[in-house]
Ligand binder design. Structure first.
Ligand code: P76
Ligand code: ZN
Length: 271
């Protein structure tokens, strides 16, 4: 697989789901071996584990006191498209626009603008099983030349147990929106988060159903979104991965634990 970038600058604007700030970003093409990085207030922030500054309800990167919040859905889209070299310039706000809460609008704008470069891409091939755990939650990864992700969630309310396996078809996950439970909103807002959250960008789940007009985009949309989040967080390895992932109730904090564990013994090979 060759490295990839985009053929021209691509602009996005919207609201930050946590800050509630208006946000404007520009994706810039970059030469081979640049990697994916963010640029804000004169500071470059590589999309790598050492720059992760928060994993509570979003994955945020920072360097020299400059933070870029909620990178995961854009990162998932870049991972799915194999975009290896790119600068995401943040022109306004401190968060990546949430858009419709999924990766879909990023994917739609990017997919025909991705171009192959000449050098081979780095791909992390999982060589041995790795497990990370936290309370009753865990993520395990097994060697496989595939890229497969299973997510199992056990939700309060009528959603109950849901399990979904992603086997590579982008359409099966790219439309899945971020979500929250009605009863969590107050707590999240008290923590100063979710200020930009609304029915325009979040699946809001109540006791008996969802509040969004039009309902669910997939019958198991929440677990599909969790897969998207994991794909985004895994791209913090700085390269695509191959392996079979199984997440039981994982979130950004556990995803990041896995990323650190994999990053530590990076036995990367070119395939
Ligand atoms: N999201 C995570 C995620 O997707 N990470 O990538 C998450 O934890 N969120 C995002 C959404 C936030 C809560 C935290 C949110 C969204 C909407 C509202 C509040 C908080 C709202 C509202 C509202 C209020 C009144 C009327 C209508 C709507 C998870 C999913 O992994
Ligand atoms: Zn998400």
């Amino acid at each position: 697989m060759k490295q990839r970038t985009v053929k021209e600058r691509i602009d996005f604007e919207g609201v930050g789901i946590h800050t509630g700030e208006r946000s404007r970003i520009v994706l810039h093409p970059e030469p081979e071996n640049t990697g994916v990085r963010f640029y804000r207030n004169g500071v470059y922030i590589p999309a790598l584990p050492e720059f992760v500054v928060n994993t509570f309800h979003s994955t945020d990167l920072g360097s020299e006191g400059v933070v870029v919040k909620t990178v995961e859905h854009l990162m998932a889209t870049l991972h799915l498209l194999g975009v290896s070299n790119l600068t995401v310039e943040v022109l306004e706000g401190s968060e990546i626009p949430i858009l419709d809460g999924s990766g879909y609008l990023y994917y739609r704008e990017l997919k025909d603008k991705v171009v192959k470069q000449t050098e081979d891409a780095q791909i992390l091939k999982i060589e041995e099983p790795v497990v990370v755990e936290r309370g009753d939650t865990y993520i395990k990864v097994l060697p496989c030349s595939c890229f497969e992700i299973t997510y199992e969630g056990e939700f309060e309310t009528y959603l109950g147990k849901q399990r979904y396996t992603f086997r590579g078809n982008v359409r099966d996950i790219i439309l899945a929106r971020t979500f929250c439970f009605e009863h969590e909103i107050e707590f999240i807002r008290k923590n100063g988060l979710g200020k930009g959250g609304s029915l325009e960008n979040t699946l809001v789940i109540g006791k008996e159903g969802v509040y969004n007009e039009g309902g669910l985009r997939y019958q198991d949309e929440p677990v599909r979104h969790k897969v998207l989040d994991l794909i985004g967080d895994l791209y913090l390895l700085g390269m695509s991965v191959r392996g079979k992932f199984i997440s039981y109730k994982g979130g950004h904090t556990l995803n990041f634990e896995l990323v650190k564990a994999l990053y530590k013994n990076l036995a990367s090979v070119r395939v």
